[in-house]
Design a protein around this ligand. Structure first.
Ligand code: ADP
Ligand code: ZN
Length: 528
């Protein structure tokens, strides 16, 4: 092991320059480092790529003793430790991948004061054995990375984080710094309270990522749309494509490879070895497209990811922001592209209904999804919406689809009334439960086997919506689902009325919707 050059007289700026090779601190880094180096507690909210690591690494080097870094990302610890070792920092980790002998060696060097930084997962830290070990060592600080994981209503809750409150009592004199790239005001409040950081100084950076262009499109044939995007704007670029299921990850990667792209699949169903190898290729080589579930990406530091594409709707704005935030960390233009459709709404709602969390947990998940849907359906600047979600103000950005190509709204009150009436009629008069497809057939008065067999042509609502095309109707249904005017339930996405439907049916509320781009008939097939 090499020894780092920091000494008692070394300043944070010296360490930044001599150890890490950077000229200057960025944003709040200098203030944060100074505060923690002086023994203060801190809560740091900074977007991905903002430079959170140095905020605890440098104080740990400037102060005496070992800095303990708590992170849930066991798979990345080796990388982080290697990167630090490469610049001469004495770093190690303790986790389940080590043999008992290796663990013992790390523990011995901790107690002997030979480590600058020691990484471990929260479940390890809270063990009585580990706490005893730490009390025999000289500690410079605790850094709690991905601190939003302590928030039960956040999108990434991890039970073991709750145990970290023990640090206040056990090590009252050791400064603590909690960091996250994901923080709504609610999460911020919750993590402050749960980690007992009420007395800490709070550093909240702007969450704007001005070089990322946000675009949300209606899903038609998602893979074809994706391919078109990659061909026309991201030829040869590195990027990430997120899909909801392992199966669609595999199929999408396969489809892209067939088109000659260097696409790799990544999901939790692969062996650890395969995942590590693919991740390494993505990091090392140019132009690799990683098709992945959200299992991929946390803690990945690749500066030149030029696009992040979502083929399925993320479950929350926090998740969307975090995933898209992996694009453009080098500050150069990057694209965040999401294709979303009616099916996504039905599917994600059903996943929440079928999940076995408590009612309160499901309510939280519904609220997260609703906020994501509102972002998708919004007629105004995406960035303004995202930043407002994180409690920050901004003006229209000029670098999102809604700013560049302002969508038009239309008065859909009558269309919504027709649709809601059809849902009621089919339910009340026939006791039949249909999904979007059949309702659209009825509204448009299109004969098919099922409508003929069920004598839908006798219904008063038959054909009342012939003035709109199938795609437009799908757009209406999707938006009414997103606004909780309609609900969907059951395996087939049966449509039903939600409370907000009443005022519309009674003519007490109007509905303005985003206009769906009309399509050539030939392309208007599945609509998925
Ligand atoms: P975060 O954890 O906030 O996502 P990182 O700590 O991984 O961000 O930093 C993102 C990238 O920016 C890294 O490559 C890091 O080396 C670099 N970086 C951080 N601070 C500075 C700085 N002051 N000057 C130059 N590069 C920096
Ligand atoms: Zn904008």
């Amino acid at each position: 092991m090499t020894s780092h050059p920091a000494s008692a007289t070394t300043t944070p700026l010296d360490v930044l320059r001599e150890v890490f090779g950077y000229d200057a601190f960025r944003g709040d880094q200098a203030e944060i480092v100074e505060h923690v180096a002086a023994g203060g507690d801190a809560v740091v909210l900074m977007p991905t790529g903002g430079g959170k690591s140095l905020c605890y690494q440098i104080p740990a080097l400037v102060r005496d003793g070992t800095g303990i870094v708590i992170s849930p990302l066991i798979a990345l610890m080796q990388n982080q430790v290697d990167a630090l070792a490469a610049v001469g920092v004495r770093a190690a980790f303790l986790n389940s991948t080590l043999s008992p002998e290796e663990s013992a060696a790390v523990e011995a060097s901790l107690v002997a004061g030979e480590l600058d930084l020691l990484y471990m997962a929260p479940e390890r830290l809270v063990q009585a054995r580990t706490l005893n070990l730490l009390s025999r060592a000289g500690l410079s600080l605790f850094a709690i990375d991905e601190a939003h994981c302590v928030s039960q209503w956040g999108h990434d809750f991890r039970k073991d984080y709750l145990g970290l409150s023990v640090l206040t009592d056990r090590f009252p004199d050791v400064p603590r710094i909690a960091l996250t790239a994901t923080a709504t005001e609610a999460t911020h409040r919750e993590l402050t309270e749960r980690l007992s950081l009420g007395g800490a100084r709070h550093f909240v950076a702007s969450f704007d990522r001005p070089n990322i262009q946000y675009r949300i499109v209606e899903k038609d044939k998602a893979r074809t749309q994706l391919l078109q995007l990659l061909r026309s704007e991201h030829d040869g670029d590195s990027g990430i494509v997120y899909c909801l299921s392992r199966r669609s990850v595999e199929q999408t990667a396969e489809a892209l490879r067939k088109e000659g792209l260097d696409a790799l699949a990544y999901h939790a169903g692969l062996s650890e070895g395969e995942r590590a190898e693919r991740q390494a290729r993505f990091l090392r080589e140019d132009g690799v497209v990683m098709v992945a579930t959200i299992a991929f990406g946390m803690g990945i530091d690749k500066p030149d990811v030029r696009f992040v594409a979502h083929l399925d709707l993320p479950k929350s704005v926090e998740g969307y922001y975090q995933e898209t935030g992996r694009a453009g960390r080098d500050g150069l233009p990057a694209t965040a592209w999401l294709a979303y459709g009616l099916h996504d709404v039905v599917q994600l709602r059903r996943m929440i209904d079928d999940s076995d969390g408590t009612e309160a947990h499901q309510r939280g998940q519904r609220a997260h999804l609703d906020a994501m849907l509102a972002l998708c359906e919004s007629l105004t600047c995406r960035r303004v919406q995202i930043l407002r979600y994180f409690g920050q103000d901004a003006g229209p950005c000029g670098n999102c689809d809604n700013c560049l190509n302002p969508p038009t709204g239309w008065d859909a009150t009558v269309a919504a009334q027709k649709l809601l009436s059809a849902v009621i009629r089919l339910d009340r008069e026939r006791g039949q439960h249909f999904g979007a497809g059949q309702i659209i057939h009825v509204l448009r008065g299109k004969e098919n086997q099922r409508s003929t067999a069920s004598r839908h042509d006798q219904l008063s609502v038959w054909g009342v919506g012939a003035d709109l095309g199938e795609t437009e109707w799908r757009g209406v249904i999707r938006q009414l689902l997103a606004r909780n005017v309609l609900t969907s339930y059951g395996e087939y996405g049966t449509l039903g009325l939600a409370p907000a439907a009443g005022p519309i049916l009674r003519g007490e509320a109007t509905v303005e919707l985003r206009r769906t781009a009309p399509k050539r008939r030939a392309a208007a097939s599945s609509g998925r």
